[in-house]
Design a protein around this ligand. Structure first.
Ligand code: CP3
Length: 342
């Protein structure tokens, strides 16, 4: 029997949607915090294949999710391309910055990222061996725009201002950076698939700040390039795209990029998305992550609402963004029970 996630991605409407959760291996779980402490810090955890596989498996053991997502981070690829990367405790990621063409030219070529990323591929191989037979293994990377925003600013920001400024002031450098990330992403994801990833997800967390033609040039186009390259190397590979906060940009995104499924944040209503996005293919996501903190009747009501709204087409149940560290693990179980009770 084909795995439920793969059936939904192939366009099948299932009586109960398969479930997984963004950041399902994370700080809300005591067993994650223990393994992270054992590793030393977050990056050491990402590059320790045995421990990264262990934290990937923890939420599968605890909840029986239908998919496991490789434990890694979208910023490992820029690090493999030559950027310095570290995490400031309590603040988030920091990277060396790219400000001009010399900076882009100093990056490693696309096919030179594999040595650095070898432990990630090993994590995938361990997972492909150890996951339960019914669980789908998802590999991932950041989309070029989102990765570029971190490489340009050296950290996260609310408005991605420095990336927008480089795009406006030095288009050639900006485009060269997008192209370099796009090429490296194809190599990285292709190797994840060779190692055993069954589905690929592209995270474009900051797609929502690209407006008009920019959305087409820097969210749609790089995704289309990556997806076409992956599908030509790995025929039939299902791909999920997550242009977070794209709003109206969700409409037609799957067709324009070749993605098999579009992941939805929680700024759009599930009824609107069922009509305008799911009408052309599989959708995933949409439940507000806050419900994993607050629980109760509102969690049950909104979970049922998402299931109901998407019940007439292919659907993978998920949150609209990653689960937060202050979430209560019992609320995750309540969400799963609510989805599976129908
Ligand atoms: O979903 C998963 O469980 C798979 C693993 C995964 C992580 N990050 C682990 C992680 C994935 C798919 C990501 C993607 C990622 N990383 C994105 C895109 C998705 C999104 O959330 O918008 C982005 C923008 C990053 C960059 C990043 N990594 C930031 C901004 C932070 C700090 C924020 C925070 O929560 O502290 C991280 C750290 C990070 N990546 C953690 C995890 C579990 C927390 C690290 C820890 O244990 O301290």
């Amino acid at each position: 029997m084909t795995k439920t996630i793969l059936r939904a991605l192939a366009g099948e409407t299932l009586p109960t949607p398969p479930i997984w959760m963004m950041r399902q291996a994370g700080r809300y779980l005591p067993e994650y915090r223990a393994t992270r402490a054992q590793a030393g810090d977050f990056l050491k955890l990402c590059y320790n294949s045995d421990l990264a596989a262990e934290v990937t498996l923890q939420p599968i053991r605890r909840y029986g999710f239908d998919a496991a997502i490789l434990f890694a981070d979208i910023l490992l690829l820029p690090q493999a391309m030559g950027a310095d990367l570290w995490f400031e405790t309590g603040e988030g990621p920091r990277l060396s910055t790219i400000t001009d063409m010399a900076g882009v030219r100093a990056l490693k070529p696309a096919d030179a990222v594999h040595d650095h990323l070898a432990p990630v591929y090993e994590t995938v191989r361990i997972l492909a061996r150890e996951l339960p037979r019914e669980t789908t293994l998802i590999g991932f990377a950041g989309a070029p725009w989102t990765v570029a925003t971190y490489m340009i600013a050296g950290q996260g920001s609310k408005d991605q201002g420095r990336a927008h400024a480089l795009k406006a002031q030095d288009r050639a450098t900006f485009q060269a950076l997008i192209d370099a990330i796009t090429a490296a992403t194809v190599e990285y994801l292709s190797m994840q698939v060779q190692a055993g990833a069954e589905v690929i997800k592209l995270f474009d967390s900051w797609a929502g700040s690209l407006k008009g033609q920019d959305f087409n040039d820097f969210a749609v186009k790089p995704a289309a390039t990556i997806i076409a390259a992956l599908k030509s190397r790995h025929p039939g590979l299902p791909i999920i795209a997550f242009p977070r906060e794209a709003g109206e940009g969700y409409v037609g995104f799957a067709k324009a990029t070749g993605a098999d499924c579009v992941a939805l944040d929680n700024s759009v209503s599930p009824e609107w998305a069922a009509e305008n996005v799911q009408s052309t293919g599989c959708v995933q996501g949409n439940l507000a992550p806050e419900h994993m903190v607050t629980g109760g009747e509102a969690l049950i009501r909104e979970t049922r609402r998402v299931v109901q709204a998407f019940s007439k087409g292919p659907h993978i149940f998920n949150l609209g963004h990653g689960i937060t560290p202050d979430a209560n693990p019992d609320n995750v179980q309540l969400m799963i029970d609510t989805v599976r009770a129908g």
